[in-house]
Design a protein around this ligand. Structure first.
Ligand code: FAD
Length: 602
C-alpha cells in the first residue's frame, strides 16, 4: 500500500478502557510521547459498563479494613492461585488510586460524614467498594477520559490493531518495534513505530453465546501477545457471573449487578426457597451466616453477624444457581429469582440501583421494586491473560506490556467483584511508568521490518482473496454455541475433548472464510479478523480446562469435583506452538509467597 499512514511514538496503548487510559496518563506524565488506540469510540470501552464499584481498603466505613485484609480476601477469593505480589500491590495501592480519581474530578457517593462511600460485595470482608450509584464505570471512564484529553494525549478511535511488530533482536522472543492496524471506517492501514506497546484490550466474552460482554471483547490482546511470543496463564478460569438477565432473548446474558445482593437482594427458587443456605462450602463456613435471621441482621450489624450466603464469591453462587435450575427448580424462562422488591422500599431501590431499575423496566417490562427478577449465570470475565511481571506488567517480550482484563495472575482462579476496576488503576499506572522508563533508557530504537508490514497487510486482506468460502458469522455463531455447551460453567473431560475437536474444525473452516464487498466500513471483514483471535483464545481455554483435573474457582469439573492440593501449587501456561497453528501448554509452579504474608492464611 503506497503512502501508508505512519506515526512514531514512545508508548502505544491499545485499548481505552480504565486500564489503557490510566496507563496512557502515567506514560505521558513520565514524559513519553504516548498514543491511545481503540477499536470503538472513546468512552465506549467495557469499563463504562462497570456498575458496582472499585474495591479499595480505604477504611471509610470500617476502620478495621486495611490492605492486609483486602489482600487476604483477594487470595482466598482466587483460591490461592493468584500471583501474590500482584494481589499485594493491588491491595496496597488501590486506595491511593481511588483518591487520585477523586482529585481528578470523580464524584463518588458519600458516607454521612462526607467520606467516599463504600459498599458490600461478595468475598470482601468489609464494605469496600467505592461507587457512584450503580454507574461507577461511567464516572471512572469520564474522569480518565477528561484527563487524557486535557493532557493532550493523541487518541486514535475506531482503529483496530491486528499485529505487533518486532525487530528480531535481544534475548528470547525479541523486542517490540511497533503495532499495525486499520481504520474501521476506511479500511486503510496504519502503522505505529514504537518501542513499547501496552495491551489493554479487555476480555474474551464474545467467544461464549451467553455473555455480559459487548461485541468488542474478542480476546485481541490475548491473541496479539501470543502471536508476538508471550505466554498466557490461568486461561481455564473464566468467570460466569451468577446474575445475568435471562429474558427476553434479545438481552439474555446482560448483567444484573452484584450490588442487588450487596444491598439486600436474595435468591429464591421456583418453590420460594432461599436456597443459598444449602450451598455454603466448608472453606467459607466460618464466615457465612447459616440462618436467615443472622443473614438478615448482618446488613445492620456486621460486627456480630456473619454475611449472607448470597454474598459468597461468584463461582460459588453461580454453581448453586446452576444446580437449582438443573434440578428443575428454575423460573419459567430458565433462570431463578433475585428478589429485592420484598426486602427494600421502592425509594431505596430506585436510589441505590437506578440503572437496574431502568434496565428491567425498559428491556423486560419488570418493575424490580414490585417483583423479583429472573436471572441466570452469564460469561462475564476472564481471569486468564498475558503472563506479566508483577511490578511492571511487562510480558516475556521486551517492550510488550499487558494490563487490565487482558493480563493474568492478579485474580488467580476467581476474581472478586470490584477488584477489576482497582486492578485497572493500580497496574495501569505501573505499566505506563515502566514503559516510559524503558523507552527513556533506550539507545537506538527498534526498527520495523518492511517484510513484516507486508505480511501483516497480506494477512489482514486474506479473507478478500478466498473464492467460494464461508461467511465468518456462521463460524462465529457455531463457536459461541460450542463454547457455551462444552466449555461452560460445569465441565467434563469428554465434552472438553469434543470442544477441542470442534475448534480444530472451526479453524479449518476459518481458513477459507470469505468476506463480501470492499474495505470501507465492512463489519464482515472486521469479524473475520477478530475471529482468528477468538479461535485461538477458545483453544487456550479448552486446552487448559481439560488439563486441570480439579475444581477450583471459575473452573468446575464434574469428573473432578473437589480442589486438589497438588493443583493448588501450579499455574497452567499456554503458548502458540512453533508452527503458529495451535496451542502448547505446560505447568509452572506458583511464585512462592514470603513468610510475612503467609501468616494471614494460618
Ligand atoms: P476494557 O474497558 O474492556 O477496554 C478495552 C479497550 O480495548 C476498548 O477501548 C476496546 O476498544 C479496545 N480494544 C480491544 N481490542 C482492540 C484492538 N484489537 N485494537 C484496538 N483497540 C482494541 N469490575 C469491577 O471491578 N467492578 C464492577 O462493578 C464491574 N462491573 C461490571 C459490569 C459489567 C456489565 C461488565 C461487563 C464488567 C464489569 N466489571 C466490573 C469488569 C470490568 O468492568 C472489566 O473487567 C474492566 O472494565 C476491563 O477494563 P480494561 O481496561 O481491561 O478493558
Amino acid at each position: 500500500e503506497g503512502g501508508m499512514e505512519r506515526h512514531e511514538y514512545d508508548v502505544v496503548v491499545v485499548g481505552a478502557g480504565g486500564a489503557g487510559l490510566r496507563a496512557a496518563i502515567a506514560a505521558h506524565e513520565a514524559g513519553a510521547r504516548t498514543a491511545v488506540v481503540c477499536k470503538s469510540l472513546l468512552g465506549k470501552a467495557h469499563t463504562v459498563m462497570a456498575e458496582g464499584g472499585i474495591a479499595a481498603a480505604m477504611g471509610n466505613r470500617w476502620p478495621e479494613d486495611n490492605w492486609e485484609v483486602h489482600f487476604r480476601d483477594t487470595m482466598r477469593g482466587g483460591k490461592m492461585l493468584n500471583n501474590w505480589r500482584m494481589a499485594q500491590l493491588h491491595a496496597q495501592e488501590a486506595p491511593e488510586r481511588v483518591q487520585e480519581l477523586e482529585d481528578w474530578g470523580a464524584l463518588f457517593d458519600r458516607t454521612d460524614d462526607g467520606l467516599i462511600s463504600q459498599r458490600d460485595f461478595g468475598g470482601h470482608k468489609y464494605a469496600r467498594l467505592a461507587h457512584v450509584g450503580d454507574r461507577t464505570g461511567l464516572e471512572m471512564i469520564r474522569t480518565l477520559q477528561q484527563r487524557t484529553v486535557q493532557l493532550g494525549i493523541d487518541v486514535f478511535m475506531e482503529c483496530t490493531i491486528t499485529d505487533l511488530m518486532k525487530d528480531g533482536q535481544g534475548d528470547g522472543p525479541g523486542r517490540i518495534s511497533g503495532a499495525f492496524g486499520y481504520w474501521r471506517e476506511s479500511g486503510r492501514f496504519i502503522l505505529f513505530d514504537a518501542p513499547t506497546v501496552i495491551l489493554a484490550t479487555g476480555g474474551i466474552g464474545k467467544s461464549f453465546k451467553v455473555t455480559s460482554n459487548s461485541w468488542e471483547y474478542t480476546g485481541d490482546g490475548h491473541a496479539l501477545a501470543m502471536r508476538a511470543g508471550a505466554s498466557l496463564i490461568n486461561m481455564e478460569f473464566v468467570q460466569f457471573h451468577p446474575t445475568g438477565m435471562v429474558w427476553p432473548p434479545s438481552v439474555k446474558g446482560l448483567l444484573v449487578t452484584e450490588s442487588v445482593r450487596g444491598d439486600g437482594g436474595i435468591l429464591k427458587n421456583s418453590e420460594g426457597k432461599r436456597f443459598m443456605f444449602d450451598y455454603i462450602p466448608d472453606f467459607f463456613k466460618a464466615e457465612t451466616a447459616d440462618t436467615v435471621e443472622e443473614a438478615d441482621r448482618w446488613y445492620d450489624d456486621k460486627k456480630n453477624n456473619r454475611r449472607p450466603p448470597e454474598l459468597l464469591p461468584r463461582d460459588e453462587v453461580a454453581r448453586a444457581i446452576n444446580s437449582e435450575i438443573k434440578a428443575g427448580r428454575g423460573s419459567p424462562h430458565g433462570g431463578i429469582y433475585l428478589d429485592i422488591a420484598s426486602r427494600r422500599s421502592p425509594e431505596f431501590i430506585r436510589k441505590r440501583l437506578p440503572s437496574m431499575y431502568h434496565q428491567f423496566k425498559e428491556l423486560a417490562d419488570v418493575d424490580i421494586t414490585q417483583e423479583p427478577m429472573e436471572i441466570g449465570p452469564t460469561c462475564h470475565y476472564v481471569m486468564g491473560g498475558v503472563e506479566v511481571d508483577a511490578d511492571t506488567q511487562e510480558s516475556a517480550v521486551t517492550g510488550l506490556y499487558a494490563v487490565g482484563e487482558c493480563s493474568g495472575g492478579m485474580h488467580g482462579s476467581n476474581r472478586l467483584g470490584g477488584n477489576s476496576l482497582g486492578d485497572l488503576l493500580v497496574f495501569g499506572k505501573r505499566a505506563g511508568e515502566a514503559a516510559a522508563a524503558y523507552t527513556a533508557g533506550l539507545g537506538a530504537r527498534p526498527v520495523v521490518a518492511e517484510a513484516d508490514v507486508k505480511a501483516a497487510q497480506a494477512s489482514a486482506l486474506a479473507p478478500f482473496e478466498v473464492e467460494g468460502g464461508e461467511n465468518p458469522y456462521t463460524i462465529q455463531s457455531d463457536l459461541q454455541q460450542s463454547m457455551n455447551d462444552l466449555v461452560g460453567i460445569i465441565r467434563v473431560a469428554s465434552e472438553l475433548e469434543a470442544s477441542l475437536a470442534e475448534i480444530e474444525a472451526f479453524k479449518e473452516r476459518a481458513k477459507s472464510m470469505k468476506v463480501e464487498g470492499h474495505r470501507q466500513y465492512n463489519p464482515g471483514w472486521h469479524l473475520a479478523i477478530d475471529l482468528r483471535n477468538m479461535l485461538i483464545v477458545s483453544e487456550c481455554i479448552a486446552k487448559a480446562a481439560l488439563a486441570r483435573q480439579e475444581s477450583r474457582g471459575g473452573h468446575t469439573r464434574d469428573d473432578f469435583p473437589g480442589p486438589d492440593p497438588e493443583w493448588g501449587t501450579k499455574n497452567l501456561v499456554v503458548n502458540l506452538n512453533a508452527e503458529g497453528t495451535g496451542v502448547d501448554l505446560h505447568e509452572k509452579p506458583l511464585p512462592v509467597m514470603p513468610d510475612e504474608l503467609k501468616k494471614y492464611f494460618d
